[in-house]
Design a protein around this ligand. Sequence first.
Ligand SMILES: [Zn+2]
Length: 201
Amino acid sequence: MANFPFIPLCVPPWDQTAALAAGAQYNQQNGFYADANTHLDEVWVWLPRRFKVASPQPVLVPDMLPSTTWEQNIRTIMGMPAWDRIRKHAYQAAGFRCEICGANAKLEAHELFQLINETATQKLSRIMALCPLCHKVHHLGIARRLGMLGSVKAHMLVVNRWTPAQMEQAIQHAYDVWEQRSEWNWSLDLSWLHDYGYVYV
Ligand SMILES: [Zn+2]
C-alpha cells in the first residue's frame, strides 16, 4: 500500500454519512478515500477488492465465458433501457469507482456469472462496476482485438502482485477451461434479476 498516497473507497451515495463517521475522508479531487491514519477495519466495507487482501493473493483472475453463451446477456434479453438502469445502479452502488482496483475511470458493467458445470447452468450472480482494464481481464479475446492486451496484462501484474510467470499460467488456465466449457450448451439462470426487483420476461 506504500505506493498509494491514499486508498480510494467505493462509497455509494446512501453510505456517505456513515463512511465519514467511520473515518473516511472526502475531497473534490479524490472523492472518498482513507488516508494512512485511518483504521481500515472501520472502512472495510467500502474498500475496493485490491485493498482488502492482507497477504498477496490474486484479486483479478482471468476467466472467460464459453463461446456457446456469448449471445446470452441481459442487454439482448431485456433490451437497452432495462440494461441501462441496471448498470447505472451498479455504478452508483460502487461509489462510481472500479470495485476491484478503485480506479476513478469511466466504468463498465460486468455481468458476473457462476458457471455450474454439473448442470451446465450459467447463473447470474450480480452486476459489477469495473474499469476498462479490470473488465478486459474477463474478455481477453476482446482485449487482444482492441490492442489492449499489453496494458491489461500490465494491470493484472500490479493488481495481483503476480510475477509474469504466474500471470501467464493463470491466462493459460483460463483458456484451457474456456475451451472445455465452449463444447457444452449452457442454460441461463437470471433469477438474480427477480431477487433484486428487476422485472423481465
Ligand atoms: Zn479496475
